[in-house]
Design a protein around this ligand. Structure first.
Ligand code: SF4
Ligand code: SF4
Length: 260
């Protein structure tokens, strides 16, 4: 999710949707474009997407990243982005696309959930706050935009069960925005600190081993009730990983993670 500058907001493609605006859309297997949107995509995966997909596929986060993603550096950011790797066929279909539709539908990524509504982040520097902004942006071939079913944004987000994804993506966007500044120094973005920050946010099973099987707990004081949750709860571990990156990379204070 790219951060949006306030002066650019009216230049972006698509129709901006505010909370009480309505739009018409319906996707179903009878549309002639069915599944056309699930191919040849630059589909960015956020940390919670990876968590849900690896659970859905019964893989470790390590295996998921190995099999299904490409890691890229984009200009003006010093943290890598994660792209879902498309299948090696002529149409470059999504690897999870099957004839009947999406094979990981209950765990599909954030971007797929509210498609063709896209979410971006507007940063208010005065209030130091990220605000989500939404655009209705169906591709020309998408027939769903000509259907009669009317939605407000909150109703659409609810219908697609996207609340949890959105919450965690907003949290992630706040952390990712910090990486518009280079924290790596001479190590660069391939160095050991960068690898650890990536592990804490994207490779959650490895990060759990790191918390419990390295000298981590000798270096950081963490309450026992929190540690108990981290042993089994991937979402708590992901939130903890975000917090730890704030402490470890950006030197922020945390009430839950105290350097010893
Ligand atoms: S994850 Fe599912 S919905 Fe998203 S592009 Fe792939 S097949 Fe389509
Ligand atoms: S292009 Fe639009 S209507 Fe067609 S399958 Fe994709 S979301 Fe549905």
């Amino acid at each position: 999710m790219k951060p949006i500058e306030i002066e650019d907001i009216d230049k972006l493609p698509g129709i901006r949707i505010r909370e009480n605006d309505t739009f018409c859309f319906r996707c179903h297997p009878e549309v002639e474009c069915f599944n056309q949107c699930c191919r040849n995509l630059n589909l960015f995966l956020y940390p919670y997407d990876v968590l849900r997909l690896k659970q859905s596929l019964g893989l470790s986060s390590d295996e998921f990243l190995d099999r299904h993603v490409d890691i890229v550096m984009r200009p003006a950011n010093f943290f890598p982005d994660v792209l879902l790797r498309m299948a090696e066929n002529t149409e470059k279909t999504c690897p999870f696309l099957i004839e009947s539709g999406c094979s990981v539908y209950p765990d599909r990524p954030d971007t797929c959930r509210t498609f063709p509504v896209e979410q971006g982040m507007l940063y208010d520097a005065d209030r130091k706050k990220d605000t989500p902004v939404h655009f209705f942006r169906p591709p020309d071939f998408c027939q769903g935009q000509y259907e009669k079913k009317e939605w407000t944004l909150p109703a659409w987000i609810r219908d697609q069960e996207a609340e949890r994804h959105h919450q965690l993506t907003i949290r992630w966007a706040g952390l990712k925005r910090l990486f518009q500044n280079d924290p790596w120094g001479f190590e660069g973005p391939q160095g050991p600190k960068a690898k650890m920050a990536f592990m804490a946010t994207y490779n959650i099973d490895r990060y759990r081993d790191f918390v419990f099987q390295s000298s981590f707990l000798k270096r950081y004081k963490v309450k026992s009730e929190i540690l108990k949750k981290l042993k089994t709860d991937d979402v708590q571990l992901l939130k903890f990983g975000f917090e730890w990156v704030n402490v470890f990379i950006w030197g922020m204070r945390s009430k839950d993670i105290r350097p010893r």
